[in-house]
Design a protein. Structure first.
Length: 322
């Protein structure tokens, strides 16, 4: 099973890189988001506007999301491998592709960059809304650049390193469950704008799932930046100085790393909440900064893939010969 999961991860990674939104794996998160949105509206609207009731609504929402993610994914995972290894790898590779969103994040960021370079502000706003889910009608070009950098740098963890981490640890089912948890926070947690108590539980679960991967992602981001001849020393110092004090410490890991590498400042925080500026800005971020963050997404995901492969191959030989 150790090598089967590694094979499935490789296939899922290639599917995401080649097909992106058109792949079967990309179709699943869209369905999941629609389902989670329905669950969110049904449950939270059914509870009274009291602190205890809203908190219970958030807990019930997350419980239903986890139940809906764990049972089908684990069931299909077991059933696939009971039939044959080939079927099992196929099923697991679809889960891996669904867990990843590397191409989608990079493509939308690149479309924002190209639109701004052409002075097509309306198209940039539309792509920005698709990337973040935020309304961009009142944002100018500089605002869009800064907010894109905030989102894209956080996606190094959310859409690349964290799903690969959980796939490496728990297989394709683990990656799929993580993706559902992340979507639940974006829809019904504080990332989705729920600053009241109903968003506490979804956000807390997502923080648990991204705590370790976000720290790994920051180190991989700095390592990749050094290969790209960026300011890796400043990046390490920026992470140490700023990330621990941010309102969203997990997202701030890669945001601070990107800020340090590019010698810019990046805002970190939840939508509709107090943000913290990460990094000391020596130059105003432009569209070129979006390009470099995209390169860091690619490099960090490749590093994480190689790290998981090295660990799993090592475990395979350890279990086989010792």
């Amino acid at each position: 099973m150790i090598m089967n999961t590694l094979c499935a991860l490789a296939i899922g990674f290639v599917l995401d890189a080649l097909l992106g939104d058109t792949s079967v794996g990309r179709f699943l998160p869209g369905l999941i988001k629609k389902y989670i949105t329905v669950v969110d509206s049904r449950i939270k609207n059914a509870y009274a506007d009291s602190k205890e009731a809203r908190n219970a609504a958030g807990g019930m929402f997350e419980f239903i999301v986890l139940l809906s993610a764990v049972i089908p994914s684990v069931g299909l995972y077991i059933l696939g491998y009971l039939i044959s290894n080939v079927v099992g790898i196929f099923v697991e590779s679809i889960m891996c592709a669904a867990a990843l969103s590397i191409r989608n994040s990079k493509t939308l960021a690149a479309q924002i960059m190209r639109s701004l370079q052409k002075n097509d502000l309306q198209s940039a706003r539309e792509f920005f809304t698709e990337l973040t889910g935020m309304n961009a009608d009142d944002l100018d070009s500089e605002d869009i650049v800064r907010c894109t950098l905030e989102s894209a740098s956080a996606n190094i963890t959310d859409h690349a390193v964290a799903p690969i981490f959980w796939i490496g640890l728990l297989g394709g089912a683990g990656g799929f469950v993580y993706r559902c948890v992340n979507i639940a926070d974006r829809v019904g947690g504080r990332m989705g704008g729920y600053e009241d108590t109903s968003g506490r539980v979804p956000t807390a679960i997502n923080k648990f799932f991204t705590f370790v991967p976000s720290r790994i992602a920051a180190k991989l981001c700095v390592a990749d930046g050094s290969l790209l001849m960026l300011d890796s020393k400043n990046a390490s110092q920026t992470v140490k100085r700023f990330a621990a004090d941010s309102a969203n410490r997990n997202a701030a890991q890669t945001q601070a790393a990107c800020a340090g590498l590019l010698d810019i400042s990046i805002d970190s925080g939840y939508p509709n909440s107090v943000t913290m500026t990460l990094g000391k800005e020596t130059q105003t971020p432009g569209t070129a900064s979006i390009y470099w963050v995209n390169q860091l997404i690619s490099g960090s995901s490749m590093f994480m893939l190689m790290l998981v492969a090295a660990v799993r191959v090592g475990l395979f030989f350890l279990m086989k010969y010792i």
